[in-house]
Design a protein. Structure first.
Length: 659
């Protein structure tokens, strides 16, 4: 591909190029979608001398056969005699508006615009044009513009109006549009250009290029996709993107998802029957996907968190692989909460699809990332995130009931309430549980509209346990009602305990045994919390000002509790004891090195290794809890802590502690 050629062209030259069809809009480009306001704003920008953005074109030869047709109205019919021409890639809406308003207003009422010289504004013309109004399609027609001038000159205020008319004329005649032309480029180059170009308009996408490749007078992929959208309306596939359909078509055609392979669709579409076989298989597979998603209560494609999940489900159904819906559902939940498919490239999907095409679905169904039982207590309700979507789906799957009345409430119709207030969550955070900004997902409950109002009022004076008792007095089945939202016993339990245990219970509902217990179960979840809380007490702590022995004792107690609760985690006790001794040594080092006369910078320098140890231990605890039991990792952590401990003692000339 040659370097792009930027040029500035007068507006009237651009209009002449369009008139002789040297500048065309490909048939696969979007229809004109601007409204009257868009058109008026464009003309107003030119009148004020504002830039309207560059136009991107692709210079091609007629023999290239990239394009099977071109749009007209307002553009003229293409002249087949032209051997070379440019097609508009970015800027079709702007050029359509300008050509329609200035050269072909009869094409549509949206192009019938006048300039009112009295109030100096543009508006769409009615059936009658007043004498002081200038039809915009007269600006580049010298005879008509002279007639407009003559009409205005008869008006009493013509001395004011004529200069305005001439100013408008000269502004549009002198206006230049920057055009960037791509030449000697193949389709792959142009697709890549579009991935890199930022435009204020609506740039062409790879979907449009696939339309271009496959378009024929008897077949238009846009119409086919529109039919698919209508076919799957009000099904779990409602809301799929055209990009998704293009990828499904590529998979059905046996191609990779690399945009460079999309040119092969042109070859396939040129066969007898075109792509009809692939499209038929694609529709059948999509129907199977819709049936499966309906079984797990998914209502639209927006509720399938990852595009990778959608494509893998499609491929499984397309290749009719022997995978039960139970296995698929298990994979769906696990891959959602493990965030298995986050930020995966197209090559990753292509590899998994290729494996399924050969009859092996196992690589696609494998979930390697661990799931933490406390996940929902550490994630916020961020729109569009996999975990947040999964949380809403779990509540729907459980048949959530409102926590005061027991009334059944859907995720879409229900209202959100909070278990704990901000001040109560602040106390949880001070106890060592790392909470996301905005509060965790496990703090959100579903309520009917009436219950939501009462809940907000009662939470000011009632504890969560008291609200549970109120539900029991009203329904006599509070345990069942609250369990429908993953809430077990709340009476006498701390907010941290309720939030973490609710997360574990919700995840345990649909995940295989042990999948939500990789960190040891709900009891050990509390012990993980306690040890993290004990470590947090060292962060920001200065051994010169407060006694360190109490904190070390609390840490030892928390460590023993966790080790006792995880007897199968061989090596955990060795690592934690090494960390405790390292912390004790670093604390002693601070006490011995610090002097009352130390500057602030010197004090921070002395505290640095001690604080670094506390932060590192916190991060390692969180990582290990999320990862699950890993004897090799525990051995490495223990060796590192023991090595660091020996280094501290040797550098200070101390005798290392035994045991």
């Amino acid at each position: 591909m040659d370097n792009p050629e930027p040029r500035a062209q007068y507006l009237n030259v651009v209009l002449r190029q369009i008139a002789r069809t040297a500048l065309r809009i490909p048939r696969f480009q979007r229809h004109f979608v601007w409204d009257e306001r868009d058109v008026i704003e464009l003309l107003g920008s030119i009148q004020r001398g504002y830039p309207i953005g560059s136009v991107l074109t692709w210079r091609v030869e007629a023999s290239d056969e990239y394009f099977s047709g071109f749009r007209h109205d307002p553009f003229p019919e293409a002249d087949d005699a032209l051997a070379t021409f440019e097609v508009v890639l970015d800027g079709a809406q702007r050029l359509s508006s300008l050509y329609g308003c200035l050269r072909n207003a009869a094409a549509s009422p949206i192009y019938r615009v006048v300039f009112d010289t009295r109030n100096q504004s543009f508006h769409h013309a009615s059936a009658h044009v007043d004498p002081w109004q200038i039809p915009m399609d007269a600006l580049f027609d010298s005879r008509r513009f002279l007639e407009v001038q003559a009409t205005i000159s008869t008006l009493a205020d013509s001395e004011d109006l004529l200069p305005r008319a001439l100013d408008l004329y000269s502004t549009f005649q002198d206006y230049q549009i920057p055009i960037i032309a791509i030449s000697n480029a193949v389709l792959e180059d142009v697709v890549e250009v579009f991935r890199r170009v930022n435009s204020s308009g609506t740039p062409l996408s790879s979907v449009d290029f696939v339309r271009a490749l496959t378009w024929q007078s008897s077949f238009d992929l846009e119409e086919t996709f529109d039919a698919f959208a209508e076919r799957f309306q009000a099904t779990p596939l409602e809301g799929f993107s055209e990009d998704f359909l293009v990828r499904c078509l590529s998979i059905a055609a046996g191609l990779s998802l690399d945009s460079r392979d999309s040119r092969q669709l042109k070859v396939l579409s040129s066969r007898p029957g075109g792509l009809s076989e692939e499209l038929s298989a694609m529709e059948t597979a999509l129907e199977e996907v819709a049936i499966f998603l309906g079984k797990i209560n998914v209502r639209s494609m927006r509720e399938v968190p990852y595009e990778v999940q959608r494509l893998l489900l499609f491929s499984l159904k397309l290749y009719k692989l022997d995978v039960s819906d139970d296995v698929l559902e298990d994979w769906f939940w696990r891959s959602t909460f493990a965030e298995e498919h986050q930020s995966k490239p197209e090559s990753y999907v292509t590899r998994l699809v290729r494996s399924m095409r050969s009859g092996d679905p196992q690589p696609a169904l494998e979930v390697r990332k661990p799931i933490d039982a406390g996940l929902l207590a550490t994630r916020s309700r961020r729109a569009g995130s996999a975990v947040a979507i999964g949380f809403e789906l779990l509540l729907r799957r459980l048949g959530a009931r409102s926590l005061l009345s027991g009334e059944e409430v859907s995720v879409h119709e229900g209202m959100h309430g909070l278990l704990y207030s901000r001040s109560e969550l602040a106390e949880v955070a001070s106890d060592g549980l790392a909470l996301p900004s905005g509060g965790p997902l496990s703090n959100i409950v579903l309520l009917s509209e009436a219950d939501a109002i009462e809940w907000r009022y009662l939470r000011k004076t009632h504890s969560v346990g008291e609200l549970f008792a109120l539900c029991q007095s009203r329904t006599e089945s509070a345990a069942e009602i609250w369990s429908s939202q993953g809430l077990g016993d709340v009476e006498g339990r701390s907010a941290a305990e309720v939030l973490t245990s609710r997360s574990a219970q919700l995840l345990a509902e649909f995940l295989p045994p042990g999948a939500s217990q990789r960190s040891g179960g709900s009891n050990s979840s509390q012990h993980w919390l306690e040890i993290q809380r004990a470590v947090q007490r060292f962060i920001g702590f200065d051994p010169m000002r407060e006694r360190v022995d109490e904190r070390l004792t609390d840490l030892r107690i928390a460590m023993i509790a966790l080790v006792d609760d995880l007897p199968e985690w061989n090596g955990l006790d060795r690592w934690l004891e090494a960390e405790r001794l390292l912390g004790a040594g670093l604390g002693r080092q601070v006490i011995e090195q610090a002097q009352p006369s130390d500057s602030t910078d010197r004090r921070l320098e002395i505290l640095g290794p001690y604080q670094l140890w506390a932060h590192a231990l916190t991060n390692n605890l969180r990582f290990l809890r999320s990862r699950g039991y890993d004897p090799h990792l525990l051995a490495d952590l223990a060796q590192n802590a023991e090595r660091a401990q020996r280094g501290v003692y040797e550098s200070n000339g101390w005798i290392a502690p035994q045991g």
